[in-house]
Design a binder for this molecule. Structure first.
Ligand code: ADP
Ligand code: ADP
Length: 541
């Protein structure tokens, strides 16, 4: 450890951190370090390590530079904690297109790993690894186990057969069917082994999933033959090759059977709308290597639900004329979660449905930010005050961030230079984003003259939650109103850099709403905003 502080060090990505952990714990056995060029080349071409053993996926450490000026480097996590020392024996350049074609079978940037690889370092570093710290976890600690710990628990269950189940999604009734049928088929124990490292971007987060897996296993599985354990794997979404990899990894955890259903580890559709991999391509590839791995595949044809009979059957065994029920992943999100509807019991156990509903509240319980922009005296604060009342009437309790008020507290001391104005706006945006994330309604009313700063706030808050309202009052009218006497001062030269007089105002290009105030009353405008929020679903009907 003392030595670690004197060596050059690099921070490794989340993906490399996951890989490092499985290299260190034996999850990736026989691999014990990041791959050198000989292993890498043969893995790409033949799915084998240089010594001939089967290995379908490159496990490499991307780095930016071709030399570190030292034969040892320290690998650190994003918080700079030292994890390992690597004796660097080689650094080699690699070709993203070639690797993607060989491993993923595609160069389409719609593939999440293809997109990610474009941002990796241009070299791979390899060499003997000394891991002295494993990543620390604070969540679900009781479910995080090394391969040796899992093997011990499985042995204690006393069955010679162990079926492993891979998943990166919430487990619905269909997954329950697959797992229970497979375990019964071989009279084995069941290892429910969800991936909690990295999955496909946009997947349901692991906190939500693990909470639901835990309840599901407690309530619906036989405790004497079921083990739930978390796998800190960084998935590649490589379909067939990934299925072979998953089987090797589960063998390391003590399984001798592995479930592969429809479209195993598939990332969905490519940019032409076609699936990246055939629905059963993963089964076909694993079938060729299962014996060599020492794991029997338990294949499943897509299961579907027969409505009248109330049971699941393989899609090729549906009796003619029978009514089949399905809910796609997209429908789960758009038709159920987004609308606050509970998933039906034939599809998902009520405990799982309830957790999903809590974590994906309907729009009317999500946060949003109404962002007023316009010249001083345009009418922003006046309309905002009425909007506040109308939102309170509808059961929302808005946080109001008024430019003038913010400048007396949060932004006290800031002036009106471009830099200070930007700082002020970004502070408002920062607070607004925190409130919106916690599910609150926010009303911001500040001149916010610069487009770039407003767009940064939009990005911070999230475009779907950001409602930019341009209060489009002509300068002459604002100047005539001159509520605070500021225009007169600016004209007399007593105030410098006043927006509209000697500082620019950049109107929004595509605001969600444009309000005029010379022909429309403040109340009418506030009600327009309410109607907009209703249409978008932010207010309960
Ligand atoms: P991934 O395969 O990316 O981990 P899932 O968590 O959705 O994604 O799937 C876990 C396992 O369940 C995979 O083996 C998959 O093929 C199988 N599976 C999922 N849905 C079905 C289904 N409707 N019919 C058959 N098998 C399925
Ligand atoms: P801002 O917050 O945009 O600087 P204020 O709301 O403080 O502007 O001031 C706008 C002034 O214009 C208020 O005195 C308000 O009464 C007056 N006003 C007149 N007509 C309207 C209108 N239709 N909408 C908003 N304000 C109006």
């Amino acid at each position: 450890l003392a030595m670690a502080s004197r060596l050059p060090s690099i921070q490794i990505s989340m993906r490399s951190l996951c890989d490092l952990e499985l290299l260190a714990t034996g999850g990736f056995s026989p691999l014990t370090g990041f791959m050198g060029q000989a292993d890498y080349e043969r893995v790409l071409e033949e799915m084998r390590l240089a010594d001939g053993r089967l290995w379908p996926i490159p496990v490499t450490l991307p780095v930016e530079q071709s030399s570190f000026g030292s034969d040892r480097i320290v690998l650190r996590d994003v918080h700079n904690n030292p994890l390992a020392i690597m004796e660097v024996s080689e650094i080699f350049s690699w070709d993203a297109e070639r690797e993607a074609l060989a491993v993923l079978g595609t160069n389409d940037p719609r593939h999440p790993l293809v997109a990610e690889m474009a941002r990796w370092g241009k070299f791979y570093a390899a060499g003997r690894l000394y891991v002295f710290n494993l990543p620390r976890y604070y969540d679900f600690v009781d479910l995080r186990r090394t391969p040796a710990e899992v093997r011990r628990l499985l042995t204690a269950m006393g069955r010679s057969n162990v079926v492993a189940f891979q998943t990166r999604n919430p487990m619905h009734r269909i997954h329950e069917e697959l797992t229970k049928r497979a375990a019964a088929q071989v009279d084995g124990s069941l290892l429910i082994h969800p991936v909690v490292g990295m999955t496909k971007p946009g997947d349901v987060d692991h906190f939500t999933r693990v909470r639901s897996y835990r309840l599901l296993v407690e309530k619906y599985y036989d405790p004497s033959r079921t083990l739930l354990s978390l796998l800190p794997l960084a998935m590649r979404m490589a379909g067939p090759r990934e299925a072979v990899w998953h089987a090797i990894i589960r063998r390391n955890y003590g399984a001798n059977h592995f479930i592969v259903g429809r479209d195993h580890a598939g990332p969905g559709n490519d940019s032409t709308g076609k699936p990246f991999y055939g629905p059963y391509a993963a089964q076909e590839l694993l079938a060729r290597y299962a014996a060599e791995i020492g794991v029997k595949m338990i294949p499943f044809t897509e299961l579907v639900y027969l409505k009248r009979e109330g049971r699941y059957v393989p899609i090729d065994e549906v009796p003619p004329g029978a009514e089949v029920a399905t809910i796609s992943g997209t429908q789960v999100r758009d038709e159920y979660l987004a609308k606050g509807r509970l998933l039906p019991e034939w599809f998902t156990r009520p405990e799982t449905a309830e957790i999903l509903r809590q974590m994906y509240p309907p729009r009317h319980r999500q946060g949003f930010c109404v962002w007023f922009t316009g010249l001083s005296g345009a009418g922003k604060s006046t309309i905002a005050a009425i909007l506040n009342i109308l939102l309170l009437e509808r059961g929302r309790t808005p946080t109001i961030l008024d430019g003038d008020v913010v400048r007396t507290h949060l932004s006290k001391g800031l002036g009106f230079s471009r830099e200070d104005r930007d700082t002020n706006i970004l502070r408002i945006g920062f607070v607004a984003s925190a409130v919106v994330k916690a599910g609150g309604a926010v009303i911001c009313a500040a001149v916010s003259p610069y487009r770039a700063a407003r767009n940064e706030c939009r990005a911070m808050i999230g475009s779907d939650q950001f409602i930019e309202v341009f209060v489009d009052t002509p300068l002459e009218v604002c100047e005539q109103r001159d509520v605070k006497g500021l225009y007169a001062k600016a004209r007399r030269g007593e105030l410098r850099g006043f927006t509209g007089i000697d500082d620019p105002y950049e109107p929004p290009v595509n605001p969600e709403l444009v309000l005029t105030t010379t022909d429309v009353t403040p109340e009418e405008n506030a009600r327009k905003i309410i109607r907009y929020l209703e249409e978008k679903g932010f207010l309960e009907g």
